[in-house]
Design a protein around this ligand. Structure first.
Ligand code: HXC
Length: 262
């Protein structure tokens, strides 16, 4: 049975789709440590669950997440932050996750909330999504990958402007800059669009899905030559899977493939 969470609502609304809603409405889904611990557990659960092929993470229509919990950080000292590796657990949120994660963002995605949104493999936004790294206004800097992921996503000049001014990015701007893959007309359409995409991804052979995510992620770290070579090695490897035979034989006889995930 699904574990009960204090700050999350977790379900499997469609075949193959794991769904996590951040649910700390009184604090606009501010990402306190207990919430991050629960999110880690829920993601790990879905990663381990064979029947789940893709995961959707969302917040509410008002806030995806308004940041790390400022009240929790207020009295933190350098020695405790450094000594306890404060925020380090955030990087575990995605490094172990091999299944595709779609973040469906409505309302505020600020600071750590923007950073969490950007941990998605695919980002979808609703019409009132607001992105930003306002840490400068609090006397700090992004701490969960914002300076790195935002810069990769929208380029240096735009990221510098966003991070140095603390000004927000609208949904429309995020769409134009390619921070998000799609902007939807309503919050519901955004979440439903994410669930539909996750269902589609989950309907494919899961070995190929895993390999797709792995090779695209490599492009973020390797030069083009090593990246293309890496891709080719993984591509060659897929000819050792049953799903490759199943997919190509089905095409040849005009049938729908029935994936074995083997
Ligand atoms: C703790 C927060 C919070 C946060 C909102 N709340 N954001 N609590 N941490 N990040 C709480 C408010 O204190 C308030 O609680 C309740 O949520 C509702 O928020 P309001 O401010 O009353 O709502 P509104 O007027 O609609 O304004 C929304 C807002 C504003 C513009 C998003 O809340 C805001 O500016 N929040 C902070 C955004 C931010 O600076 N984020 C970056 C944090 S630093 P009460 O009890 O008063 O009702 C960060 C560092 C990341 O993320 C580093 C690595 C992870």
């Amino acid at each position: 049975s699904a574990p009960q969470y204090e700050h999350l609502i977790v379900s499997t609304p469609k075949p193959g789709v794991g769904f996590i809603q951040l649910n700390r409405p009184r604090a606009l889904n501010a990402l306190c440590t207990p919430l991050i611990i629960e999110l880690n557990q829920a993601l790990r659960q879905f990663q381990a669950e064979k029947s789940v092929g893709a995961i959707v993470l969302t917040g509410s229509s008002k806030a995806f997440a308004a940041g790390a919990d400022i009240k929790e950080m207020k009295d933190l000292t350098f020695s405790r932050a450094y000594g306890d590796d404060f925020i380090e657990s955030w990087s575990d949120l995605v490094t172990f996750l091999k299944k595709p994660l779609i973040t469906a963002i409505n309302g505020y995605a600020l600071g750590g909330g923007c950073e969490l949104a950007m941990m998605g493999d695919i980002l979808y936004a609703g019409p009132k999504a607001v992105f930003g790294q306002p840490e400068i206004k609090l006397g700090i800097i992004p701490g969960a990958g914002g300076s790195q992921r935002l810069t990769k996503a929208i380029g240096k000049s735009r990221a510098m402007e966003t991070i140095l001014t603390g000004e927000n990015i609208s949904a429309k701007q995020a769409g134009e800059w390619g921070l998000v893959a799609k902007v939807f007309d309503t919050p519901d359409e955004c979440v439903n669009g994410a669930l539909a995409t996750a269902e589609k991804i989950a309907s494919y052979g899961q070995i190929a899905v895993k390999a797709c995510k792995e090779v695209v992620n490599k492009s973020q770290e390797l030069g083009i030559r090593e990246g293309v070579e890496y891709e080719r090695r993984v591509f060659h490897g897929l000819f050792g899977s049953q799903d490759q035979k199943i997919g190509m034989s089905a095409f040849a006889v005009k049938m729908k493939p029935e994936w074995k995930n083997e």
